[in-house]
Design a binder for this molecule. Structure first.
Ligand SMILES: NC(=O)c1ccc[n+]([C@@H]2O[C@H](COP(=O)([O-])OP(=O)(O)OC[C@H]3O[C@@H](n4cnc5c(N)ncnc54)[C@H](O)[C@@H]3O)[C@@H](O)[C@H]2O)c1
Ligand SMILES: O=P(O)(O)OC[C@H](O)CO
Length: 356
């Protein structure tokens, strides 16, 4: 019998819990109970978040007003939450994943399988490391990914959307993940391209920040569409340079162009970047993130920095003018208006064509 634990309980983590909990009740090969590790915090009322989730069946801080399912059990103890599960779902902001893996290593079942819903990457001395690779390497388990056009609050309201599971070898495990997540309003398919799927989910956050700058400067729909088109080309080029095996078709799945569109229209990265541009870059992203998202985390600004480190280390900066502009604007080196002034840095069309 399969036992599921969710590592993470933010906005998307809570919606993932709701999706999964509705399915474990229906599928006889899964234990009904879904354990959810919660990074414990004290609410303004003085109560612990975990206790409130278990009493009300609601994550009052990160997904207020939505019942998770009575079979979701919030657990503030990471080691106890993971120890009995053979299916581990990782869904925290990417900057916390390395620390979590260190705490969990050696404390999980040897037959466990993982899936990462985390959009982001780590950059180490040896080079970039995708979060699914971090999980696989540190925990010694197979790890698939699930990415897609998935603004969590909309899925919580059971509005139809799609998602893509990416796997490398183990199709059987991927199908089990599809079964666990798929619902009538959440349509999941799988593709054998774990790197392509994860790169899409990671890199779209940089383009979402660019789209937010465009919105903040009130530049209009044509400019935003141009930024999305250029961003998609850079996403494809960067993914291929890092992982030549990435498939073209992956960019046409939910994890690719669909996620890029939704995130540039309605995501949190877009929203905070819009506020940054409206304030002329005078208020920091940290300050705006705390004020606007109230505990939820941005991934795009950090990812722009991480990708920029890779670009400089490999001598690729000139090939990615949009990624560079997002990094330079978000670190205050350039004003927000530089988001459409990067054409001088563009490589020649000949060079660019050979890359793309
Ligand atoms: N929210 C969405 O719409 C959405 C959709 C798809 C994918 N994602 C991705 O899912 C991942 C998780 O995002 P989310 O929306 O669930 O989270 P979130 O941004 O809503 O919440 C932040 C979470 O981080 C936790 N946290 C804070 N400090 C921590 C620490 N030191 N260690 C561990 N955890 C800590 C908080 O308790 C909270 O659960 C991200 O990579 C995000 O890009 C989000
Ligand atoms: O709100 P964002 O910008 O973190 O994006 C949310 C999801 O990744 C969209 O699929």
């Amino acid at each position: 019998m399969n036992k599921v634990t969710i590592v993470g309980s933010g906005n998307w983590g809570s919606v993932a819990a709701k999706l999964i909990a509705s399915n474990t009740l229906k599928l006889s090969s899964f234990h009904d109970e879904v354990r959810m590790w919660v990074f414990e915090e004290t609410l303004p009322t003085g109560e612990k978040l975990t206790e409130v989730i278990n009493q009300t069946n609601e994550n009052v801080k990160y997904l207020p007003g939505v019942k998770l399912g009575k079979n979701v059990v919030a657990d503030p103890d990471l080691e106890s939450a993971v120890k009995d599960a053979n299916m581990l779902v990782f869904v925290t902001p990417h900057q916390f994943m390395e620390g979590i893996c260190k705490r969990v290593a050696g404390k999980i079942r040897t037959d466990a399988e993982g899936i990462s819903l985390v959009k982001g990457m780590e950059v180490k001395k040896e080079g970039p490391c995708m979060i699914s690779t971090l999980i696989s390497n540190q925990l010694g388990i197979n790890c698939s990914v699930l990415m897609g056009a998935n603004i969590a609050n909309e899925i919580a309201m059971e509005k139809f959307s799609e998602a893509t599971v990416g796997y490398s070898q183990n199709k059987e495990a991927a199908e089990k993940w599809v079964q666990l997540f798929n619902t009538p309003y959440f349509n999941v398919t799988s593709v054998q391209d774990v790197e392509g799927v994860e790169m899409c989910g990671t890199l779209k956050n940089i383009v979402a920040v660019a789209a937010g700058f465009v919105d903040g400067l009130e530049m209009g729909n044509n400019t935003k569409a141009a930024i999305m088109r250029i961003g998609l080309k850079e996403m494809i080029a960067f993914s291929r340079l890092l992982f030549p095996s990435v498939k073209d078709s992956t960019f046409f799945e939910s994890c690719g162009v669909a996620d890029l569109i939704t995130t540039c229209m309605g995501g949190r990265n877009r929203k905070v970047a819009e506020a940054y541009a409206k304030n002329g870059g005078k208020r920091s992203f940290e300050e705006l993130e705390a004020e606007i998202l109230r505990g939820q985390k941005l991934q795009g600004v950090l990812t722009a920095k991480e990708v920029y480190e890779v670009l400089t280390a490999r001598g690729w900066v000139e090939l990615f003018p949009l990624f560079r502009a997002v990094y330079e604007i978000s670190t205050g080196v350039q004003p927000p208006s530089a988001i459409v002034e990067f054409s001088n840095n563009k490589p020649s069309s000949h060079h660019r064509q050979s890359m793309l």
